[in-house]
Design a protein around this ligand. Structure first.
Ligand SMILES: Nc1nc2c(ncn2[C@@H]2O[C@H](COP(=O)(O)OP(=O)(O)OP(=O)(O)O)[C@@H](O)[C@H]2O)c(=O)[nH]1
Ligand SMILES: [Mg+2]
Ligand SMILES: [Zn+2]
Length: 334
């Protein structure tokens, strides 16, 4: 059985039911009957498996690389946060940074799980933000808890499929809805806090909705989490935000992660935003980060001075370290 990182459908797959991708981007059954062993290995390297989940529309059909299916379990990362906290811009900035080779300093490479879907994500979100310097539309109800993008992350030895789900805050208020499909599959959480948020005693409902739904072990969650204070460009003159936001970091330093986490914790407490720290109280491993998806505020839907994301990959790399996608950092996390 494997879990589809695109639709979270669980299915058994068979080696007799493989597909090859044609240069036109179509999938056709792969014939392995009379080929040599060397040719077979070659064909398998590029083979795909069709996800059998029923789809409403044939364009939603998707294929997973055979190399992934063989290696199994995806890491599903959920972005959680209230309306307009900056989730969609943050994810686009992260994927954009990965496209530009931002994981290379950590010894990681990235490829698309599904080439068409990834290209569509880049066209719809990454290019408009980073190249055309436009703001992205708010996530629609129908898109809630849908896959945003999925990547194969390789550390030189192992490949893990990492799937990102952007969960619109409002959605999680209801008790029974499609987001519940995502909850049992989640392997790491990115809690997004707007740096300019007005402190509210009750905090963010979306945080509580997700934290309440996940199974606890001894009162705490085993799922690693990162609390990301995004739009930090807006508070850059409040020390020590500037030090972190404009500081250099080209590899993961557990000591620096710890220090930044303490500073973010103090920043949120000082601002009266204790309720936003609930993931830190509830998750066994949690790091905290200052980031900016855009580098500055938009005016009339544009970023006239360009879009310069700051430190968007640090929370992701920290989650990779805490989940074992990036190995050798068992001590990351508070
Ligand atoms: N200054 C600044 N503004 C940002 C940043 N990221 C996002 N914004 C602005 O914040 C607004 C909301 O961003 P979104 O990414 O759409 O927020 P969201 O959490 O996806 O919102 P929903 O889809 O409605 O749940 C947009 O108008 C962005 O221009 C940032 O890093 N800095
Ligand atoms: Mg959104
Ligand atoms: Zn699927």
């Amino acid at each position: 059985m494997i879990l589809c990182p695109i639709c979270l459908h669980e299915f058994a797959w068979s080696e007799d039911d493989l597909y090859e991708r044609t240069p036109a981007g179509l999938y056709r059954p792969l014939e392995l009957g009379n080929v040599s062993e060397a040719r077979r290995t070659d064909l398998l390297r590029a083979a795909h498996v069709r996800c059998p989940a029923p789809v409403a529309d044939p364009s939603l059909e998707h294929h997973l690389p055979y190399t992934y299916v063989r290696h199994g379990k995806p890491l599903v990362i959920g972005l959680v946060g209230g309306p307009e906290t900056g989730k969609t811009h943050l994810l686009a900035a992260m994927i954009g940074a990965i496209e530009q080779g931002g994981l290379r300093p950590y010894g990681l490479t990235a490829d698309a799980v599904d080439i068409e879907r990834h290209a569509e994500y880049v066209d719809r979100y990454v290019r408009p933000l980073l190249v055309e310097r436009r703001t992205l539309a708010r996530t629609q109800e129908g898109e809630t808890a849908e896959l945003a993008d999925a990547l194969l992350i390789n550390d030189g030895e192992h490949t893990t499929a990492v799937a990102f789900f952007d969960i619109a805050g409002e959605l999680l208020r209801g008790i029974a809805h499609e987001a519940t499909r995502f909850v049992p599959a989640v392997g790491a959480l990115l809690f997004v806090v707007d740096a300019a948020t007005k402190p509210a005693r009750m905090g963010d409902e979306s945080f509580r909705a997700v934290l309440d739904r996940l199974p606890k072990n001894g009162g705490r969650l085993d799922i690693p989490a990162a609390i990301v204070v995004t739009k930090s460009d807006g508070v850059r003159f409040q020390p020590p935000v500037d030090t972190w936001l404009y500081g250099e970091a080209e590899r993961l330093d557990p000591q620096a992660v710890l220090e930044e986490s303490r500073d973010v914790y103090a920043f949120l407490r000082r601002g009266g935003a204790q309720a936003w720290l609930s993931p830190y109280d509830k998750c066994r491993h949690c790091t905290l980060h200052f980031v900016s998806a855009t580098g500055g505020a938009a005016t009339e839907g544009r970023f006239p001075r360009g879009v310069r994301p700051r430190r968007v990959l640090e929370p992701l790399v920290s989650l990779f370290a805490m989940t074992g996608v990036l190995r050798g950092y068992p001590e990351v996390g508070l």
